[in-house]
Design a binder for this molecule. Structure first.
Ligand SMILES: [Ca+2]
Ligand SMILES: [Ca+2]
Length: 414
């Protein structure tokens, strides 16, 4: 304490390494008298008492960093030489509690979170220890799969200006910066001891910021952050809990239909080029046309995915187009009317069907025994090809790596 100017500076001493840390300065002109003289000090818990020449007994609260007169001045205490037999061993105990809420629902109702929704992260930093923290800082990052909402960061009741530029704003706490209790002045690093866990607006430092869930997110957004402060003279970093937000992403499916005239060839590996809808595939009686549909999912999982295609009305579906004769150790495959190459796409002008990943599957024309069906009735009257991926459906993909596959069948001009 100073006995010449009206303030009290407090330092926390770490006896283990003989370092001291400035905890804070307290001024109270009504109590701290620059013309007075402090004759002695004593400590009881988090309270320091000082007796002065003028008979004041001041009480200095290390948890709140406040000073007050402890009763009226009494001349009988003049120059009393207070002393303690114990040094108070005071320690800050800092915790960070994080939560996330959906604050706007431009995309999805209720609590479901989809790309485009806005999430607000709120972090409550609390000192439940026995001495104030002098230099608390907070650092956080923007979770993968989200984008920071400009000018959405607050510390206690005050907005915090963004870092970066107007065009590319950066959440200011991406770099560690000071926080503090509201009553100590927000953001000066001073985190007072809090005795009211149920009230988070008095001595807790409260940080919040918002993010928009990207259109191409991971399936889940996770976020953890760090609070650093000085305890026992050394830096201490604590992490908050991790909050996780499952994201619901709509499927984004595109289809590409290709065809080629493989003539009267009966080869299992014809080499005619596939054309898309911009090219007329000329046929004559007896020719066989192979149709392939490439499906791609650049969004979320498409449960119960069913793909159908009609057999053209002038043609007859070939229910055994992909039959293979018996080979050594492999029995013949019959009634194979649907060629399925999961995991593989097919491009215009390709001259071969793609191989499936991990394997090509020759599906039967019969219904109910596998994912494929090819009929000669229904549809436009000449039957229909169906690929049914069941309840699991078509798995999620991204715009850079869509989940894909190709399914083919053949039909003959009578
Ligand atoms: Ca409180
Ligand atoms: Ca089948």
């Amino acid at each position: 304490m100073s006995n010449s100017v009206p303030f009290v500076d407090t330092f926390k001493i770490n006896p283990a390494n003989s370092t001291s840390v400035f905890v804070g300065r307290v001024t109270n002109a009504a109590v701290i008298d620059a013309t007075d003289f402090y004759g002695g000090f004593a400590a009881i818990g988090t309270q320091i008492y000082g007796a002065t020449l003028k008979g004041q007994l001041i009480q200095y609260d290390l948890a709140a960093l406040t000073v007050q007169q402890n009763g009226a001045a009494a001349t009988s205490r003049q120059a009393s030489d207070l002393a303690s037999c114990l040094y108070p061993d005071l320690t800050p105990t800092v915790t960070g509690l994080k939560s996330v809420t959906k604050v706007a629902n431009p995309v999805s109702p209720g609590t479901i979170v989809r790309p485009g929704d806005v999430l607000e992260y709120a972090i409550i930093v609390r000192n439940a220890g026995t001495v104030a923290v002098p230099s608390a800082t907070f650092q956080d990052s923007i979770p993968a799969g989200t984008k920071y909402v400009a000018n959405s960061t607050w510390l206690n009741t005050l907005p915090v200006a963004d870092a970066g530029t107007v065009a590319a704003p950066i959440m200011p706490f991406v770099t560690a910066r000071s926080i503090g209790s509201p009553e100590a002045g927000a953001g000066n690093g001073l985190l007072l001891v809090d005795a009211t866990p149920g009230v988070t607006t008095d001595r807790e430092a409260a940080i919040r910021f918002q993010v928009t869930v990207d259109t191409l997110p991971p399936i889940q957004v996770n976020n953890t952050d760090n609070v650093t402060y000085v305890g026992s003279g050394i830096g201490v970093t604590v992490s908050t809990n991790t909050v996780s937000t499952p994201i619901v992403v709509n499927p984004n499916i595109t289809l590409l239909k290709l065809g080629r005239n493989i003539g009267s060839a009966t080869s299992l590996t014809p080499n005619a080029a596939f054309a898309d809808g911009t090219t007329v595939i000329g046929v004559k009686p007896g020719d066989t046309v192979e149709y392939c549909i490439v499906y791609r999912n650049a969004g979320g999982v498409a449960t119960n995915f069913v793909l159908t295609d009609n057999v053209p009305v002038i043609m007859n579906a070939l229910l055994g187009a992909y039959d293979t004769p018996a080979q050594t150790g492999i029995p013949a495959q019959t009634n194979r009317g649907v060629y399925w190459a999961p995991g593989s796409g097919l491009a215009v002008n390709a001259t071969a069907r793609p191989a499936g990943v991990p394997a090509t599957i020759l599906l039967t024309s019969a219904s109910g025994d596998d994912q494929g069906t090819l009929t000669t009735t229904g549809g436009l009257g000449k039957g229909m090809m169906t690929l049914n991926l069941g309840t699991a459906g078509l798995l999620a993909g991204t715009h850079t790596i869509p989940t894909t596959g190709t399914v083919c069948f053949q039909a003959k001009v009578p």
